[in-house]
Ligand binder design. Structure first.
Ligand SMILES: Nc1nc2c(ncn2[C@@H]2O[C@H](COP(=O)(O)OP(=O)(O)OP(=O)(O)O)[C@@H](O)[C@H]2O)c(=O)[nH]1
Ligand SMILES: [Mg+2]
Length: 341
């Protein structure tokens, strides 16, 4: 069961958790126990359909306790072994909300009650944690919106005030932006040291090892072409926004905090490469003036954009040539051999 103030990210997190557990072979049921906000049930239904997880609703019922208990029966009857109850939030800590959460908890006796809190809310996060702890009690904490500017210092205070472990962090609106909580990483983040471990983990999760290996071989053999470049961009895009990736690099986090890093650049590069013919992608040397003009027009970019990309590509090739002739394969950063545990 998930509890927390309005807008802290309960509904989003319930879908993330559902996906996380589904990937770990659980049969999950999501329960829409928020009967106050008209769109709340639809919101959960939509999220559920995105991850192919059933969502339990009771049209017309205004009784969250009943919905939750009926959902438990439904889950048992349908072989669903994990039930996630998404409850309603309120703008501020209030008596009704607490009583309702406590009533659902008393009725269905959840294995775990998780308190969800928005990392951006600072001291308020601590106050609401305290209130929920006293009135409802919970087993663990979920910190959301860590993709934002906040370093998440509230984690320290919450932990000190309520003495409950932080279990998960939530780092974005995408449904796979969920991580188990690792204290060392949070400590580094609070200290502004970046989070290279999460970065590597992300890479390991999202990047196809074989494909990465192939690309590396091609790169070292100096056979890396625009098609490969495109593949690489797609891999990077799968890992999240550029800013969120860069923020994990030690030392860069605070430096780029206010920088405007535009993911549209990647889209631009993609569109330029996609406007090249197969032959041009494999052999960029043939890209003469008229071809470049055609590509610019075809991709809706300026000729300068196209020139810049080709120049960058050539520079990259030159650099790779230098590095690979100096140090060979062993000297290159190889994600596959980069293990942290
Ligand atoms: N950037 C970012 N946005 C998030 C994250 N989690 C949730 N959100 C956004 O925050 C807003 C509120 O999220 P919800 O999941 O609806 O919050 P809730 O706690 O269910 O809110 P109520 O049902 O009104 O109590 C939505 O726009 C989400 O997309 C996160 O980790 N990062
Ligand atoms: Mg909600």
């Amino acid at each position: 069961m998930l509890i927390g103030l309005q807008g802290c990210g309960k509904t989003t997190f319930s879908a993330k958790l559902a996906k996380y557990l589904k990937n770990r072979k659980r049969n999950v049921l999501l329960v829409a126990a928020d009967v106050y906000r008209p769109a709340a049930i639809d919101q959960l239904k939509i999220l559920g359909s995105q991850i192919s997880v059933p969502v339990f609703t009771m049209d017309g019922s205004k009784d969250p306790v009943k919905i939750a208990s009926e959902a438990m029966i439904y889950a048992k009857e349908n072989g669903l072994n994990t039930v996630i109850i998404d409850t309603a939030g309120r703008l501020h800590v209030d008596e009704d909300m607490m009583n309702e959460a406590a009533a659902i908890k008393a009725k269905v006796n959840p294995t775990e009650t998780l308190f969800v809190v928005d990392s951006m809310t600072g001291q308020d996060a601590v106050n609401s944690a305290k209130a929920f702890h006293e009135k409802v009690d919970f087993d663990g904490v979920v910190i959301t919106k860590l993709d934002g500017d906040s370093r998440g210092g509230c984690v320290l205070s919450i932990r000190a005030v309520v003495d409950r472990p932080v279990k998960f962090t939530s780092l974005g609106e995408k449904l796979d932006s969920i991580e188990l909580f690792y204290p060392e990483r949070m400590a580094s983040r609070i200290l502004g040291k970046g989070d290279i471990v999460s970065l590597v983990e992300k890479a390991q999760e999202q990047i196809d090892e074989k494909e990465a290996d192939d690309l590396e071989k091609k790169l070292l053999a100096n056979k890396f072409d625009f098609d490969d470049f495109l593949k690489q961009i797609k891999m990077i895009k799968k890992m999240g926004s550029l800013k969120s990736l860069l923020a994990m690099v030690p030392g860069l986090g605070s430096a780029i905090k206010n920088a405007d890093i535009d993911d549209k650049q990647l889209v631009k590069v993609e569109s330029i490469i996609q406007s090249m013919t197969k032959k041009e992608r494999i052999n960029p040397k043939i890209l003469n003036g008229s071809r470049r003009k055609r590509i610019a027009r075809g991709s809706g970019n300026t000729i300068q954009d196209v020139n810049r990309l080709i120049k960058q590509f050539e520079e990259m090739q030159r650099m790779v040539k230098m590095v690979s002739s100096k140090s060979g394969k062993s000297g290159m950063m190889n994600l596959k051999n980069f293990r942290y545990n």
